[in-house]
Design a protein around this ligand. Sequence first.
Ligand code: ADP
Ligand code: MG
Ligand code: MG
Length: 210
Amino acid sequence: IDTVSTADLIAWIRKFRDAVQEHRDELTALDSAIGDADHGSNMARGLDAVVAKLDPPPSSAPDLFKVVGMTLVSSVGGASGPLYGTFFLRMGPVLTGEMDAAALGAALRAGAEGVVARGRAEPGDKTMIDAQMPALSAWDDAVTAGKGVAEAAAAAATAAAAGRDDTEPLVARKGRASYLGERSAGHIDPGAASSALLFRALSDALAARG
Ligand code: ADP
Ligand code: MG
Ligand code: MG
C-alpha cells in the first residue's frame, strides 16, 4: 500500500518554507495591491520559526502538525497565521493511523474545514480556500480513481494553481481585501497564492520520495 512517512511530511513543510521564501516578494506584491503588503513577510517569518522547531524532528505526524500549527499561530500576527495554524492543527489528529492517499486527503480536508470554521469564508470570497477547496476535490477524484499519494498530490497542486488564478476576477468578501470592495477585482488573492505553494510543495515532496 502506498503511504507517506512522517519524514515525507517534514520534507513537505520544509519545501513549503523554501517556496514561500522564494516567492516572498511576489506574495507581498499581491498583498500590496489588495491588502497591507505583508503576506510574504508574514508567511516567511512564520515558516522560518516552524523550521527552527523541526530539529530534532517530530516523531509522528500529529506531533509535527501540532508544532507547525502552534508556531504559526504564535509567530504570525496577520490573518494568515491563525488560519494556516488552524489548518495544520486540524490535520494532525486525523493522521493517527496508516497514511495512505485517502487518509492524507481526509487530513487535508479537515485542515481546510478548520480554515472555513475559523474564517467563515465561502468559496468565491477570494481567499485561501479558493485554492484549497479545488485541491481537495482533485485529491478525492484521484483517490476514487485508485491513484497513489504522489499522483493525488500532483493533481491537487494543479487544481490549487487553477483556483489561485481563478481568484483574480473575484470581489473580496473576507479579510482586508474586502475593504476595497469592487476595487479588489483584477488581482490574485495572496493567500490563494500561498496555498497553491502549499500544495505544490506537497507534490514536490512526495514526488521526491526515495
Ligand atoms: P493580513 O490580512 O492580516 O495582513 P495576510 O496578509 O498575511 O494577513 O493574509 C491575507 C490572506 O489571508 C488573504 O489573502 C486571504 O487569502 C486570507 N484571509 C483573510 N481573511 C480570511 C478569512 N476570513 N478566511 C480565509 N482566508 C482569509
Ligand atoms: Mg496582509
Ligand atoms: Mg497585515
